[in-house]
Design a protein around this ligand. Structure first.
Ligand code: SF4
Ligand code: SF4
Length: 205
């Protein structure tokens, strides 16, 4: 079994088109993995049926029990992300700013703060219009940990490929050079690098 990962240094170079073309050539003998979870668009080309949906949880969010809170303000003072605001005579968590560090829950004198897992997106296992299975995902707006979701997509694709004795795993990787790209690359046999004939494409760092 060969794992082929298609990458590019930036978005918009045609990476997904190349990966989808390889998927069409391989037909049913491949499992497809769309690891561009921040802006997945392979589904536009391969028209999967979104057969199975799996929730993706990542990180934690602080929640204040207003019935227990004694308005001491300690949590708001120590939150270095300024995620706790005083509004309508209550201390409240701004979910978009909370980094899930748990510090406020540890220092609250009356244990009014609890940490809860956050649903950050979805993973799908689908069948494409060319008959192959495809694992793909969608991260919620502003959600973090895309590297973790990429690893989940790849692991699922690998399990399916082994289970169904496929010859190829074709991976549409994340663009750029960050953590999701490293996650896309892990364990690959071959990498196809796609660039574009522009000044930006030929520029050296
Ligand atoms: S530390 Fe606890 S009691 Fe104090 S304001 Fe925050 S939630 Fe309320
Ligand atoms: S968990 Fe951390 S980031 Fe979130 S509100 Fe509490 S102290 Fe702030």
């Amino acid at each position: 079994m060969y794992e082929i990962v298609v990458l590019s240094g930036k978005g918009g170079t045609g990476k997904t088109s190349i990966a989808a073309s390889l998927a069409v050539l391989a037909q049913k003998d491949a499992i497809i993995a769309d690891c561009d979870v921040d802006a997945s668009n392979m589904y536009l080309l391969l028209k999967p049926d979104f057969g199975k949906t799996i929730d993706f949880y990542s990180g934690e969010l602080a929640v204040i029990n207003q019935n227990l809170c004694i308005r001491c303000s300690k949590c708001a003072e120590i939150c270095r992300f300024n995620a706790i605001i005083f509004i309508n005579n209550q201390y409240q968590i701004n979910a978009l700013d909370c980094e899930g560090c748990c510090y406020c829950a540890k220092i609250c004198p009356v244990n009014a703060i609890t940490m809860h897992e956050q649903k950050s997106g979805y993973m799908y296992i689908s069948k494409t219009k060319v008959g192959s299975k495809m694992v793909h995902a969608k991260l919620n707006i502003g959600a973090e940990n895309s590297g973790k979701l990429v690893a989940k997509v790849k692991n699922e694709a690998k399990s399916l490929a082994v289970e169904e004795n496929k010859s190829f795993i074709i991976v549409d990787g994340s663009p750029g050079i960050g953590c999701p790209v490293i996650s896309s690359l892990a364990g690959a046999n071959y990498v196809v690098l796609v660039t574009e004939p522009t000044m930006s494409g030929f520029a050296r760092p």
